[in-house]
Design a protein around this ligand. Structure first.
Ligand SMILES: O=CCCC(=O)O
Length: 506
């Protein structure tokens, strides 16, 4: 293993930053910035141009995980003894540093993820909001209770304590916001974290780890291991490690099931924020402009690559044609291109696999009777060269047998289905193994109330395309996982509740 004592700042990419020392290509273990034990590396590619290598990053293995966990564990002994107020103050500093470095963090997000600068800046603010939220929550969330005991000789109390070392397994679609949504409450509770960013997007996490240090956290509070090709070994080492007491994953349902299996041997506490297949229901009485704005937000944020992206758009027959026409007119105005170009509204997808999935879903739907209402003609003609782009596309005639109806497309493909009655819409919406987000557009409060109760998802937006806020409980039902992130509930995921019974007689 080598340590050069710097942040590994060797790339010209660093010069894009106001503070080039935030460009780190080393893993973080305690006070050290290191290469991996494997000696191997992987490349981070700019999704807007597949020829551009943004950074070369260590490919970690089990030994790196073991080192990171040992460091987290030894820091936990000290950090878990800090007061909630101290942890609140630290989180506030981290929030301030995150916002002070918004330009650089946004640049790193654009370069590793491809999203537009406006989206990247919005993500940094969203990320910071979890830090300030959990700075506020730190003291309240640590409070216990006194329970009225049936036996008058007894006093029963509860205390909340940090669970221990936690693993934060991150996705690539909102790399920084998903990091802080996990690290924020973990640090507020007094836990230490081993963080594994997605292989595609490690740079914003590595920069954030530097800010953690600058905020004054003890070394070993946030350690970062990186991997792209060795993710199976690294994931297994984390999940089977007896000193990791909790795993929080944002990822696919397939990976969630694997993590749950691997974590079973040590019975870890788990939070799983997994795949979705969000239905949107647009009723005849909806305000059409509001519905179009909301649908496009839910469909195209991060180029359609969020777990709460609108995937099945159900439109009642009386408004169907008008809705389609308005959607087409609006989607046409979305300029796709380089995220750094300020006129770009839609960036590339993350990889060529993501482009291929869109292509496959569209081809499958067309084969099964859907119609291409807007998009490239023929659908497979979009160029392979350049960045990982798939153009905005509208399909009509979505039906249950199409892949797009059962799997999240994770791209800018809007699939529309006509329905007649409220009951029919509800049945289609609930015909899914997953249940994360859903959206309903109506001006009838009774319909909104019935839909809110009837839709089998963890989150519902009524007349809005945005479900996400640090104060709103985020999480799903069915195979979308369990546990809540953000909100007043998010910190308990990183705590144990201990009950203490004291005999006060005699
Ligand atoms: O993609 C998952 C998270 C999306 C969000 O927090 O808005």
């Amino acid at each position: 293993m080598s340590s050069n004592g710097t942040n590994g700042n060797t790339s010209s990419e660093a010069s894009r930053l106001k503070d080039p020392s935030l460009f780190s290509t080393k893993i973080v273990i305690g006070s050290q910035r290191l290469d991996s034990h494997s000696g191997k590396t992987f490349d981070v590619v700019y999704p807007g141009d597949r020829k551009v290598i943004v950074a070369t990053i260590p490919e970690c293995n089990t030994q790196d995980v073991n080192d990171a966990v040992s460091s987290c564990l030894s820091t936990f002994k000290e950090f878990s003894q800090t007061t909630a107020r101290q942890r609140s103050d630290l989180l506030r500093k981290l929030n301030d540093l995150t916002l002070a470095n918004i330009d650089d963090l946004a640049t790193l997000i654009v370069r590793e993820n491809g999203k537009t600068r406006a989206e990247a800046e919005a993500e940094v603010k969203y990320a910071a909001s979890f830090l300030s939220w959990f700075a506020n929550m730190a003291e309240v969330g640590c409070q216990g209770e006194t329970i009225a005991a049936a036996n008058p000789s007894m006093r029963i109390q509860t205390i909340r304590q940090p669970i221990g070392v936690v693993a934060c397994l991150l996705p690539w679609n909102l790399p920084l916001a998903m990091a802080t949504r996990k690290i924020g409450p973990a640090l507020a509770a007094g836990c230490t974290c081993i963080v594994k960013p997605a292989g595609e997007t490690p740079l914003s996490t590595l920069a954030f780890a530097e800010l953690v240090k600058r905020a004054g956290y003890p070394d070993g509070c946030v350690n970062v291991v990186t991997t792209l090709d060795n993710v199976a070994e690294v994931g297994k080492a984390i999940c089977e490690h007896k000193h990791v007491r909790k795993v929080s994953l944002t990822g696919s349902t397939r990976v969630g099931k694997l993590i749950a299996q691997q974590s079973a041997s040590t019975l870890k506490k788990l939070s799983m924020e997994l795949g979705g297949n969000s239905p949107v229901i647009v009723m005849n009485d909806a305000t059409i402009d509001k519905a179009i704005t909301g649908v496009l937000l839910a469909k195209l944020r991060t180029s359609g690559q969020t777990c709460v992206a609108a995937n099945r758009i159900l439109v009642q027959s009386g408004i169907h044609d008008k809705f389609l026409e308005a959607l087409k007119e609006k989607i046409k105005t979305y300029k796709q291109g380089d995220g750094e170009d300020s006129s770009t509204m839609l960036g590339p997808l993350i990889t060529d696999r993501a482009v291929e999935k869109c292509r496959a879903h569209v081809a499958d739907a067309l084969e099964k009777g859907a119609e291409l209402y807007y998009g490239p003609q023929p659908p497979s003609s979009f160029p392979d060269e350049g960045g990982f782009f798939y153009p905005p596309t509208i399909l009509t005639g979505l039906s249950d047998d199409m892949q797009i109806a059962t799997e999240e497309t994770f791209g800018p493909v809007a699939a529309i289905r006509k329905f007649e009655t409220e009951e029919e819409a509800l049945e289609i919406a609930n015909n899914s193994d997953v249940g994360l987000g859903a959206y309903v557009y109506t001006n009838d409060l009774r319909v909104a109330a019935r839909m809110s109760a009837g839709i089998e998802t963890g989150m519902i937006g009524i007349n809005t395309g945005m479900l996400s806020a640090c104060e709103a409980p985020f999480g799903g039902v069915k195979e979308s996982g369990y546990g809540k992130e953000g909100s007043i509930h998010g910190m308990a995921e990183y705590q144990i509740m201990k009950s203490i019974t004291t005999d006060v007689s005699g």
